[in-house]
Design a protein around this ligand. Sequence first.
Ligand code: MN
Length: 206
Amino acid sequence: MVKYELPKLPYAYDALEPNIDAKTMEIHHTKHHQAYTNGLNTALEGLSSELQNMELTKLLSAIEKVPESARGAINFHGGGYDNHTLFWNNMKANGGGTPGGRVDDAIKSVFGSFDAFKEKFAKDTTAIQGSGWGWLTYNPKSNKVEFITMPNQTSPRTKGLVPLLGLDVWEHAYYLKYQNRRADYVTAWWNVVNWDEIEKRLSKAK
Ligand code: MN
């Protein structure tokens, strides 16, 4: 059986300062992402070898194949593992700005303009009740991008969507620096978005 390991961050803990502080990044990575990694490995132990050996992204897309007794744990810890891996890589130092190429075209065709997309993404993600994520996704059925919010760690893959850009709004992602000011965290986060990575994800998904 594959044992998942905590993936390395593609940059230093302080790389996203001042938008996301180093202490938050360190705890988020070494404690929270590690806990999802451990939880995923434990949940996989109870599955058939066929499911154990499935790529995690495929397993999340086929979550209904997981026996009910383990489904909640795979959904939560497997989603948490995948979501955070995507999250670290959809940020970078000196990121932000506007997307180019296919992502720009895809966003404009659905949302009208980049600013309209940003406004919807920020508003609806900030408004999530409790813990969850905001996502720009690609829907292979419609060949269009879609915005969606997901509760807790449930992956957009469980709805047949390919995650492109994710924003974690669990309190653990921002509370040390922003306390209850989630909207300020969301505003600052745009400065670290890695649009080149989103372009790669969209090209791979199409
Ligand atoms: Mn998190």
